[in-house]
Design a protein around this ligand. Structure first.
Ligand code: 5AD
Length: 349
């Protein structure tokens, strides 16, 4: 108990806590200390962001992927996934709808689809940039070369999301085939940051083989890397993957980690992710109340939404969908927060 008090005190000061104590605290996900940390996380979040909630319009523009990550529903080996790719025209139409609804950030997310050469992807980015000069463009399209990232930045992209998935290379190797390495993932993240992207990393909570020590390594990596954005979500099994029978990550662990991340990185842009909304109908609200400050409603054409299935039961309608923004706004207001229409960049000061 003594030890847990010490950990809480360290976190409240924004210090990285002593590891053994942190591990003990993480092993009691419903310990009353978490309530204290959650309140503190909300307090810290208010300092930079008040009660504003930023929205990002998520456009899942291709589910074709050359990788075979063991956890992911759109992995190459999943023959059952119905593959699709959105044309430039379709993507621009998503942006048009989104802009009208009040979105000022578009997130282009997709698998590692060989069709999207630098030339093709830069064309998509440049066309959005030309039409929406006041909007931020975020890319989430996996590992590419430094030259490629530079071209995308020069074409007008501002932010890049690339989850590191786990900061432990042994654990990384249990989640991915051997062609994929943590070393290369880290190289990509450092290239992105050096180029000048607002960069996001992140990991799954409760992924197969994950230990509490792994989670601590993830937190240490976040503090060292100082990302502008962090995306975390519970692992959720997908029936047509090697991890079909593995248990999902828990809501408690998720919200506890959101609070710790907010305390360690006070200014970070931290979404209450779709996966969190999927494991609990109030996941979004609980995430915001734990220190998150971003939500990413789906702007993809309704016809393809069910095909971008990273995990089972992924929500794609209701408050999750961009067209139900009114519902999302209400939900946020009910808990004392408000959705704002602005780019929501990482604060400079
Ligand atoms: N459960 C939860 N998250 C998943 N992702 C991929 N598959 C799953 C799953 N089964 C996450 C990964 C990836 C992001 C796009 O989605 O962390 O980086």
């Amino acid at each position: 108990m003594e030890r847990i008090h010490k950990i809480v005190a360290q976190l409240l000061k924004g210090e990285f806590p002593e590891k053994e104590g942190l591990k003990e605290l993480l092993s009691f996900p419903t310990h009353p200390a978490w309530e204290v940390l959650k309140q503190a996380a909300r307090h810290v979040r208010k300092r930079y962001y008040g009660t504003d909630v930023y929205i990002r319009g998520l456009i899942e523009f291709t589910n074709i992927c050359k990788n075979d990550c063991y956890y992911c529903g759109i992995r190459k080996s999943n023959q059952k996934a119905e593959r699709y790719r959105l044309t430039l025209k379709q993507v621009l139409s998503c942006c048009k709808t989104g802009y009208r609804l009040g979105f000022r950030t578009f997130v282009l997310q997709g698998g590692e689809d060989g069709y999207f050469t630098d030339e093709k992807l830069c064309l998509y980015v440049a066309q959005i940039r030309k039409r929406y000069p006041d909007c931020a463009i975020t890319l989430s399209v996996g590992e590419r070369s430094r030259e490629s990232y530079q071209k995308l930045f020069d074409a007008g992209a501002n932010r890049y999301l690339l989850r590191h998935e786990t900061a432990n290379s042994g654990h990384y190797a249990k989640l991915h085939p051997s062609e994929l390495t943590l070393k290369h993932r880290m190289q990509c993240l450092s290239d992105l940051k050096q180029i000048g992207f607002q960069t996001g990393c992140g990991f799954m909570v409760g992924s197969p083989f994950q230990t509490l020590d792994n989670l601590i390594e993830d937190l240490e990596f976040l503090v060292q890397f100082q990302p502008e954005m962090v995306g975390i979500g519970p692992f959720i099994p997908h029936c047509d993957t090697p991890f079909a029978d593995e248990p999902a990550g828990t809501l408690e662990m998720m919200v506890n980690l959101l609070s710790i991340i907010r305390l360690l990185l006070p200014k970070v842009l931290l979404p209450a992710t779709t996966a969190l909304g999927t494991i609990d109908p109030n996941g979004r609200e609980l995430g915001i109340l734990a220190g998150a400050n971003v939500v990413m409603p789906n702007l993809s054409p309704i016809a393809v939404r069910k095909k971008y299935l990273l995990y089972n039961n992924k929500i794609s309608t209701g408050a999750e969908a961009a067209e139900s923004l009114a519902d999302l706004k209400q939900r946020m207001e009910r808990i004392g927060y408000q959705v704002v229409t602005s780019r929501g960049d990482y604060p400079k000061e």
